[in-house]
Design a protein around this ligand. Sequence first.
Ligand code: DP6
Length: 335
Amino acid sequence: MQKNITARYPSNIALVKYWGKYGNQLPCNPSVSLTLQKAFTETKLRISEKREKGTAVAFFFEGKPKKDFGERMLRFLKAQPEFAGLLTNFSIVVDTHNSFPHSAGIASSASAFAAITAAFLKASQTEITDFKQKASSLARLGSGSACRSFYGPFSLWGKLTEIQGSSDQFAVPLLDIHPDFRSMRDTILIVEDAPKKVSSSAGHALMNNHPYADARFKDAVKHCGELISALKHGDFSSFISITEREALSLHAMMMTSKEYYLLMRPQTVQIIEQVFQFRQETQLPLCFTLDAGSSVHLLYPASIQEQVQGFWANGTDKGIKSFIEDESGLGGMII
Ligand code: DP6
């Protein structure tokens, strides 16, 4: 017997940032994200009868074995009782590939853990009343941001009084979205090819005993409420100020932690200033966000795509190495 399952799940970009965690992968503050569409991970499981004793899972990333990736995935899978039956009784080959290049400023752990969780959950054939919620809750244990990739175009992870059913354990979709926000673009401007300097886990840990932690967590709660209201009312002005302030707050936390570090490059700052200038000159709702890296995510509604295109078309003068054009999506699927 051989059974194949393929899961394709997207990455997401946080607008209100998750930065700081406690307990078993629980967030110190709620976060809101935009789900991407073209930046996804595809994970294929080839499941067959197991002959040998012990766990038999082989991991391939982009067609090749990749030790650290395989070890992290296996640790995650083994820690979930839901997957114990599969791991005990079957031999599994896991083939994973990303639609986007490595170190592109796209959270690959978000799409990777969303895809592997969905694939294993589907394969485990347990009775599940809400597949997405269960998958979101499990994927969170692999990488926090992964739990937001199951819904789109916007999702919320973390308990927020305004949103019924929201939880620190899993993400929920934001359902009340103004038509103007239903079709968003995210153009990612890549300014360096270097891999991540500091892992997210190490970064989160630096929020323990951070002098500004309490103020940061309170600010994020407030920003989630305000952003959700902006998304509901089609309020681009609030959307822009919250999103940009969040991006800069995330980097401010990194710059002021005990072991401080700086991820923005001169080109990052230059692009940010050009976004401000573009907005002042055109009055168009273009804004930026940053992940834990030097790449700049340009966010704007699809309706102004043509006007914004000129902004990065001549990228060399901004020091842009390459760019990826993505857009909001509705989450992943088993294909
Ligand atoms: C800056 O989800 O990568 O992208 O839970 O340790 O895997 P782990 O962290 P991760 O952290 C993401 C941090 C962020 C902001 C965000 O996505 O909310």
